[in-house]
Structure formats: C-alpha cells, structure tokens
Design a protein around this ligand. Structure first.
Ligand code: ACO
Length: 334
C-alpha cells in the first residue's frame, strides 16, 4: 500500500502568566460579563518577558517528541506555523531547530495566521506521501500579546499566547491523515490585519500594557464582518472536506476547531449537527492563540484520553487573509 501520514506524538505548552478578564477590565473599558457572553473567553496566557515564540515552540515540541518516544535526531524536517516570529528572519523554525539541538534537516515557517497549523499539516502530509520525509515535527506557536494593541478593547480581549505540536511519521499502514482542503481569498485582507512588521514590545522587557501601539504592529479587525464570513466559510469547508473524501457529517467523532469565539464554534457544530460534547472547546481558558489554537485543542483532547484508535477527527480554522481550511484524520495512535 502507499505511504500514509500518522500522528505519533502530541504536545502543548501554555506560559505560566494568566491574564483574567477581571484584570483586563481594569486596563480597558470592558467587563468579564461582556467578554464571556460575546466570546466565551474567561482568561488568556501571556508569554514571560524572557521568552520568545521559539521558546514556546520548543516546550510543545519536547512534549510531542517525548510522547512519540523519539528525539530530535529522529526528525527529518521541522515546520513552525507562526504569525509572531522571533524575528523577521531567520525563520523561527531554524531557531527552534537550534534550541532543540537538531542539525542539518530542513526547517521553515508557515504564515497563514490562525490557519497556519491546518496549512502546515496539509503541506507536510503531501510531502510525506511523496516520500520526501519520514518524520516531520509540525508546530504552531504564537506570542499574540506582543502584537496586540492593549488599548483597543475591540481586539485585546480576544488573544492569548501558547504552542502546540505533533510528530508526523509516514508508514505503509492504514489510518492517519485522510486529506485536507485549503482556501485563501485576499480580497478580504483589510478586514483583519497587523499592518507593520515590527513590535515595540521588546523581548526581555515586560509587556507594557499601557503602550500606545500606533505606528507599530497591532491587530486591527472589523469584528462583525470577520464573524459573518467565518461562520459561512467554516460551514462550507467542513462540508467540502467531507464530500471530497466520501465521508458524512455523522462519521466525524471529534470536531477540533480553531478557538476564536464560542459563538463561531457553536455555529459550526450546529451546521454539522454535532453534539457539543464532541467538539473541543478551549477558547475559555486559552483565548485565540492563532496558529497554536488547533494543536493546543488537539493536545487537550488527547491528554483527556478521549480519542479512540480509528475515530475520525475534523480540524478546521479560519484566519486573516482570509485563509481557511480543514484536515481530516483517522486517529491511528494507540
Ligand atoms: N468590552 C465591552 N464592549 C465592547 C468590547 C469589549 N471588549 N469590544 C467591543 N465592544 C462594544 C463595541 O464598541 C460595540 O459598542 P457600540 O454598539 O456602542 O458600538 C458593542 O460592544 C458591540 O460590538 P460588536 O463588534 O458588534 O460585537 P460582536 O458581538 O460582533 O463581538 C467580536 C465582537 C467578539 C470581536 C466578534 O465580532 C468576533 O468574534 N469576531 C470574529 C473574530 C475572529 O474570528 N477572528 C478570526 C481569527 S483571528 C486571526 O486570524 C488573527
């Protein structure tokens, strides 16, 4: 039989510092009730002053490698999906490779914002089925707090920091990645963006929550319009990926969505006629961690011991760009 891409290790990491809605309501004109009712978020994790995105990535990667019973020497390629790289260049992936003690194998970043992990899994799967790599370390890692305008209540309540990772292995064995669909429509690019390349929040210094972000990278969003398109496109993409691979909505055991807003999650679950108990929800504790959100949600589900071998998982995300997509997986890890 042909090569199939299997998930053999899963990991996740959240920085220690928690920023609650109550604390945020002392910084901007908002309230715990507004944030919970409109988004489902109660808290978010914030990167430490001496950490960078690569440090978050390394923690998740170590856990995933450990879970797989492998070391960095067993890895053939490393991909980091991030929209908050340590630097403009080199890639965060190359920094992560160094920090993990890896050598020589290719390492690169993917930028598809909150859909980065979905894009990365699709890319790795295609390369691995073609025989290019045997084992790939796929990470999503973000320090969104460094590009948030902490004076803008419309956006600062939504985001958090963290990382998630999987180890992928190609084998001539049934199961694993079934397939993916990816989309991007750049005509929507101005509805959600962080226009400038650099952040004034410097690594090694505490995040200055009182900073005026004008003139530096800061998230700007037309929330209502993003919300409307997200609900539509996610509804379409879950139908599309199931049709493409000959599956029904009722075949899906676990929906692992990007965690942006509980109302978006519930709308997608409703379209799939999926009981909410079969949808992973971490947005309350993690907020929107962009490309880390899907692997963190997967890690959460996995660590609960909820996934049975042979079950079908549907991963999906919607992001700035707009870029969106979905992956279907038949769980093959025991
Ligand atoms: N606290 C209190 N009031 C607030 C806050 C806040 N934090 N933020 C906005 N408001 C106010 C607004 O000013 C507005 O007041 P007004 O009526 O007096 O003008 C009112 O609340 C309603 O604002 P809306 O924007 O209509 O609120 P909505 O119900 O749409 O919720 C939200 C806003 C949560 C941003 C929602 O639109 C959303 O989740 N959008 C999608 C986000 C998303 O999915 N992003 C995609 C991925 S992110 C990525 O790719 C990086």
């Amino acid at each position: 039989m042909s090569l199939q891409t299997h998930i053999v290790g899963v990991g996740g990491y959240l920085p220690e510092r928690i920023l609650s809605n109550q604390e945020l309501s002392k910084m901007v004109d908002t309230s715990d009730v507004w944030i919970r009712e409109r988004t489902g978020i109660t808290q978010r994790h914030i990167i430490a002053q001496d950490q960078q995105t690569s440090d978050l990535a390394v923690e998740a990667a170590k856990q995933a490698l450990d879970d797989a019973g492998l070391t960095i020497d067993d890895i053939d390629a490393l991909i980091v999906a991030t929209t908050t790289p340590d630097m403009v260049f080199p890639s965060t992936a190359s920094v992560v490779q160094y920090k993990l003690g890896g050598k020589d194998f290719p390492a690169w970043d993917i930028q598809a914002v909150c859909s980065g992990f979905i894009y990365g899994l699709a890319q790795a799967d295609g390369m691995m089925r073609g025989g290019m790599f045997k084992r790939v370390l796929m990470i999503g890692a973000e320090s969104m707090s460094r590009i948030v305008d902490w004076k803008d209540r419309n956006t600062c309540v939504l985001f958090g920091d963290g990382s998630g990772a999987v180890v992928l292995e190609s084998r001539e064995e049934e199961g694993g990645m079934i397939g993916s669909v990816l989309h991007c429509d750049g005509s929507y690019r101005q509805l959600l963006m962080a226009e400038h390349q650099h952040t004034r929040h410097e690594p090694g210094k505490p995040i200055d929550f009182s900073m005026d972000a004008a003139g530096v990278a800061a998230i700007e969003m037309k929330g209502n319009e993003v919300f409307r398109v997200a609900v539509n496109k996610l509804g379409e993409v879950v139908g599309e990926v199931l049709d493409k691979y000959g599956l029904q909505k009722s075949d899906v055991d676990w929906l692992v969505p990007h965690q942006a807003n509980i109302r978006i999650l519930n709308a997608t679950a409703k379209k799939m006629k999926m009981e909410t108990g079969h949808m992973v929800v971490t947005v309350g504790e993690h907020a929107n961690t962009s490309s880390a959100s899907v692997p963190l949600a997967l890690n959460h589900l996995y660590r609960q011991g909820s996934i049975q071998t042979g079950q079908i998982l549907l991963l999906e995300a919607f992001a700035a760009g707009f870029a969106w997509g979905a992956n279907l997986i038949r769980w093959s890890k025991s």
